[in-house]
Design a binder for this molecule. Structure first.
Ligand SMILES: [Zn+2]
Length: 162
C-alpha cells in the first residue's frame, strides 16, 4: 500500500515522492545520483539568474550533499548550481546551524539542534499546523519543491542519536 502525502498543493504535493510511485528517474550529470522531479515553477522561484537562461522545461533536484548541482535538466543537460540559487540549500549543508530546513516557517537547522525535546516536538507540531492551515508555499520557497517535514524529522533524529 502506498501512503499518500497529505500535504496541500502549496506544500508541493504534486512533486512529493509519496504521490509519484511510478515516477521517471534521471541522474545528475555531475554526480550521477538519481534526482527528484521538481516543478518548473520551483526552479523559476528559486534561481538567482535571469529566467531567460532557463532553457529546459523539466528539472530535477540533486540531493547529494557534496555535489554543487541543485537542479538539472534531463533533456538538454542544463545544470543550476548552488551559487545560482537564491537560498542556501539544506541538502547541501545539512549540518550548518544557520541554514534553513523549513523555508516556509523559517526554522533553521540550529533551531532544531538547540531545542529541548519538548521544544522540538512543539516546533514540528507548529509546522504541521501551518501545513494544515495552508500557510505553506514549499513549491516556491523550499529548493526541493516539496514539504520539509521529512528533513526536519531527520535533523531531530540526528540530534536525538547524539
Ligand atoms: Zn549531483
Amino acid at each position: 500500500m502506498t501512503t499518500l502525502c497529505e500535504c496541500s498543493p502549496a506544500a508541493g504535493s504534486a512533486t512529493c515522492e509519496l504521490n509519484a510511485p511510478q515516477r521517471q528517474t534521471a541522474s545528475c550529470p555531475t554526480c550521477g545520483s538519481s534526482g527528484k522531479r521538481v516543478d518548473l515553477q520551483t526552479v523559476k522561484a528559486l534561481v538567482a539568474i535571469s529566467l531567460r537562461q532557463i532553457q529546459a522545461s523539466s528539472f530535477w533536484f540533486c540531493r547529494s550533499q557534496h555535489c554543487p548541482v541543485v537542479y538539472f535538466a534531463a533533456d538538454n543537460g542544463q545544470t543550476l548550481t548552488i551559487d545560482q540559487i537564491r537560498e542556501r540549500v539544506y541538502q547541501k549543508e545539512p549540518e550548518r546551524p544557520d541554514v534553513l530546513v523549513c523555508y516556509c516557517f523559517q526554522h533553521r537547522v540550529g533551531d532544531i539542534q538547540q531545542a529541548s525535546p519538548e521544544e522540538r516536538a512543539a516546533l514540528i507540531a507548529d509546522i504541521k499546523a501551518g501545513i494544515a492551515a495552508d500557510q505553506c508555499a514549499c513549491d516556491i520557497r523550499n529548493p526541493q519543491g516539496s514539504c520539509c517535514l521529512g528533513n526536519v524529522q531527520q535533523v531531530a533524529k540526528r540530534v536525538e542519536l547524539t
